[in-house]
Ligand binder design. Sequence first.
Ligand code: UD1
Ligand code: UDP
Length: 345
Amino acid sequence: MISVVLGTRPEIVKMAPIIKELKKRDIDYFVIHTGQHYSYNLDKVFFENFDLEKPRYNLEVGSGTHGKQTGEILKRIERVLIDEKPEIVLVEGDTNTVLASALAASKLHIKVGHVEAGLRSFWKWMPEEINRVLTDHISDLLFAPTEIARNNLLNEGIREGVYVVGNTIVDSLKLKKIEKIEKDFILLTLHREENADNPEKLKSIIKGTEMISEYFDTPVIYPIHPRTKKNLKKFGIEINEKFIKLVDPLNYFKFLSYLKSCKFVLTDSGGVQEEACILKIPCITLRDNTERPETINIGANILAGNNPKKILESAVKMSKANKKWENPYGEDVGKKIVDIVQASR
Ligand code: UD1
Ligand code: UDP
């Protein structure tokens, strides 16, 4: 039996192709949701979008500090794994859900399969970097999206069980035809702890975004993550609605419509950097580093940090991008992963 673990929006999006493939092949599997994300528009809406069944377990851990959230997942998932005794646990990405689940499984001698293994920002301040490094070191099957990811693993001495398969996001993007929106706008997503929890950085990024809107005389649409919404209020940062239009988080296919139709996207999201690259939308990443260097190397993405002037300059540069890059993230990735999982049993 295979256990698929997920807990947040990007994990649901990127695990959906694998769950669908397991179901199609009639393989015995079940889903554990840690409940790290629980708001309708970060969670249930994606189950509806991808037509996924309700998870067998929802651990309902909710929000909290890193230690509390990670600890609660570790404690609660261990119980389920002891009861269900799966042969393999599949985790995806770099969230607290991933680290806690991989740790619980590995200590119970259950095989861990890490989807999206080998990504590195080489910046240890970032909670996700800690989660992904530690998870890779206790995983048995490592599904690296690219050769760059495989090399990162090799450099840390991880040789066994590594498969370069691409990223399941390519399958998720193909699940439904993406409708174009006929209007002129720029898209923004912003939620990463380093930006959203730091008042200076947050203020500076908002300023840069407003400067971009003014320069291009184009509105910015921002589906706002609850972390950032909470912090804008807490820090008393005002958004000029003339430039930035706030909307609630969008469902997956609506978000993809916005992404495919925008002039360019400003983001600190991991998944959005990949999706923009695949959809040939220029991406301006509001960070100083990225674990997705593939997108930078082919000219689809640029690192703009948080300085307003640099953000504007980066946007001006990317608005002239030739959009001729190739998708670096493979094809039919969910199928490849399930093939390897089946062969490993
Ligand atoms: C988490 C992941 C991050 C990922 C992101 C995807 C970690 C360390 N971080 O960050 O890597 O990019 O998910 O979106 O695992 N909240 C709600 N409703 C929810 C969930 C959260 O309102 O359903 C609010 C709460 O105020 C919470 C805050 O958002 O305190 C942050 O949630 P949390 O799960 O800690 O981190 P994310 O920022 O969502
Ligand atoms: N996304 C979405 N609606 C939104 C914003 C993002 O469906 O309003 C999707 C996006 O297409 C991508 C995923 O959420 O697949 C990325 O999640 P997020 O940025 O929260 O996390 P990260 O990828 O940074 O871990």
